[in-house]
Design a protein around this ligand. Sequence first.
Ligand code: SF4
Ligand code: SF4
Length: 135
Amino acid sequence: MPMGEFGRFAGDLVSAKARLRAKVIPIAIFQQNPAILRKVFSAMAHIVTQPCVGCRYTDCVVVCPVECFYEGEKMLYIHPEECIDCEACVAECPVEAIFHEDNVPEDWKDYIEMNAEMAAKSKVITEKKKPLADS
Ligand code: SF4
Ligand code: SF4
């Protein structure tokens, strides 16, 4: 390989590594200190809304890097102090129940407070479960 080409190849490798590091390190830090870093970066939360009621396929919980889903009787909730806004769960939800706090549809705004209240008194869920019988 000519020297110029080798230089470009080596440069590409270095920048690919830097990009990877930039993505991976913050997630590792968030996993250790989600509450502190949420405060530092003033992160908002993602919210589980009405379409999750009676559904609970739980596809969302397995992709969450900080394990901030909590299991209620009829739906799941996201703990707003723990969510790092990575958006990984949004695409996993088959019924489009998860929204960024800023984008929750008007009719479902109540779910913002409900997620905070219910997550605080529910049990964390980290593994996929069978859906409810009526799902
Ligand atoms: S994938 Fe969607 S509907 Fe299923 S439990 Fe998660 S938020 Fe609820
Ligand atoms: S956006 Fe979803 S996957 Fe990411 S931290 Fe919040 S709840 Fe977990």
